[in-house]
Design a binder for this molecule. Structure first.
Ligand code: ADP
Ligand code: MG
Length: 240
């Protein structure tokens, strides 16, 4: 079943076509990986889906409901969560407080929101850090905090922008395991990811963007063999 359907989405900034007529569907319960060089339009696509940026034209449907033109709050309340490429935790609040802010979206009772937040913090393996300030956490831990905060709204669809970007190598496998664990809970995931090995490992489908355009969509195997993707992005990637 289709959870998200993107049809002919376009958005320009001045003369730059950041997203140029992009269309794709996402199956419920799957992971869609998005790849593409810097400036390809990946984050803009997330901004359009989540309502942070208005599209010039095109449609976005979430469970057959048009979400195109709704505010970010409304889209989030419908069950679309997101993490940002540039992390924005509330630095002077604790991990628990940060996640509770997300939990309050669906749960007004303070104790219940706290319990929910703690459950999610445990899920992302940061329970011992719950009373630490966000600013005291390492980059890898802040990525987990971002995920926890997005999960606190109990999204059906979670968009993650470069979760493994900017963290040291040894932190990456744990984050990949966390994404896999999250998928097992039934959440549908769209993840922007520069590490091609991770994309191939976790994705059911891959969308390749280049200069605002969709250059390929298919299974990881198909994408590895796609000439346009190899030319525009993979380059020396060993497709063997
Ligand atoms: P990616 O996430 O793939 O690196 P982005 O979606 O951030 O790419 O950017 C795509 C293009 O759109 C880039 O050329 C970028 O400079 C431009 N762009 C993105 N957001 C804005 C904005 N708010 N104002 C002007 N240009 C933007
Ligand atoms: Mg980006």
């Amino acid at each position: 079943m289709n959870i998200l359907s993107v049809e002919n989405l376009s958005r320009s900034f001045g003369g730059i076509k950041a997203n140029d007529n992009i269309s794709f569907d996402v199956d419920q319960g799957s992971i869609l990986g998005i790849i593409g060089p810097n400036g390809a339009g990946k984050s803009t696509l997330f901004d359009l889906i989540t309502g942070y940026t208005k599209a010039d034209s095109g449609k976005v449907k979430f469970f057959e409901k048009k979400i195109f033109g709704l505010s970010p709050d409304k889209i989030s309340n419908l069950g679309v969560g997101r993490t940002f490429q540039k992390l924005k935790p509330f630095a002077d609040q604790t991990l628990l407080e940060n996640v509770m802010i997300g939990a309050f979206v669906n749960e007004k009772n303070i104790k219940k929101a706290r319990d929910k937040a703690l459950e999610i913090i445990d899920f992302v393996d940061l329970i011992e850090k719950r009373h630490h300030f966000a600013k005291e956490l390492s980059t890898g831990q802040r990525k987990r905090l971002e995920m926890a905060r997005a999960m606190a709204i109990e999204p059906k669809l979670l968009l993650m922008d470069e979760v493994t970007g900017g963290v040291d190598q040894k932190t990456i496998p744990g984050l990949v395991e966390l994404i896999k664990k999250l998928k097992k809970t039934g959440v549908t995931i769209i993840t922007i990811e520069h590490n091609i090995n991770i994309i191939m490992e976790i994705s059911d489908n891959v969308l390749a963007l280049d200069q605002g355009k969709s250059v390929a969509f298919g299974s990881p195997k198909e994408i590895q063999k796609n000439k346009q993707v190899i030319d525009s992005y993979l380059g020396t990637f060993d497709a063997a």
